[in-house]
Design a protein around this ligand. Sequence first.
Ligand code: ATP
Ligand code: MG
Length: 252
Amino acid sequence: MSTTQPILQVKDISKHFGGLIAVDRVSLEVYPGEVVGLLGDNGAGKSTLIKLISGVHHPDGGQIVLDGHEVSFSSPLEARRQGIETIYQDLALCENLDAPANIFLGREPIRRFLGLLNVLNRAYMLTESRQVLDQLDIKIPNLRRPIRLMSGGQRQAVAIARAVYWNARLMIMDEPTAALGIPEQQKVLQLVRTLRERGVPVIIISHNLQDVFAVADRIIVMRRGRKAGERSIKATNDNEIVSMMVGAEQEE
Ligand SMILES: Nc1ncnc2c1ncn2[C@@H]1O[C@H](COP(=O)(O)OP(=O)(O)OP(=O)(O)O)[C@@H](O)[C@H]1O
Ligand SMILES: [Mg+2]
């Protein structure tokens, strides 16, 4: 894998909240078509790290390089426009909008009405959304329903469909399966595999080691804001990862 160019390179990135160092000089790479599991105990800095990558927080130091170019996002929308799609643990989709509106959020198609007014092209949004959802085998019976009335799994699926529709360069998922029932968890993991098959790399944060071992190619472990280590799935096991999470192994 080292011969291909990484899609994402994070170099020595840091973030402080007052006196607290939430992310401390973390570096990582993500290559095309790989799923990277990001693990660590509560408060290890996982969510803060991905919020630095997705434009929610601005880093205090370090660099983010996307497709070989250094980037600096002023907002999550800007990160999305540059191909970084994120499903946040604590910031979901727009609850009051339906699935098509969420898929097109910030990138709505406009049509001329009576040759004068610019209006949203809802019919186009609906057809396109239905097509991408069908393509991914995602079943949402009534696409006009607001997101807030959907199940957790359906919401995740809509966010994944958005990433596929807009040809995301990178998909980031923070605890995507935490609030889901078992069939929905399986569906989301299946969609993660679909993304990988389409060449879209995924960073997935999860407390569920089983899920991570089921989908990830590589695991990065964080502990107290720092990267505690990194392993290929084939070269590690639960015990080693847990030891890295709690700090029972020697630091790298
Ligand atoms: N907006 C914020 N303001 C102040 N402190 C914050 C903020 N966000 C996170 N922190 C702190 O930064 C540290 C890392 O938090 P973060 O949410 O990144 O951890 P995490 O690894 O995602 O944990 P969890 O597994 O519980 O989601 C914690 O000590 C947290 O309290
Ligand atoms: Mg978190």
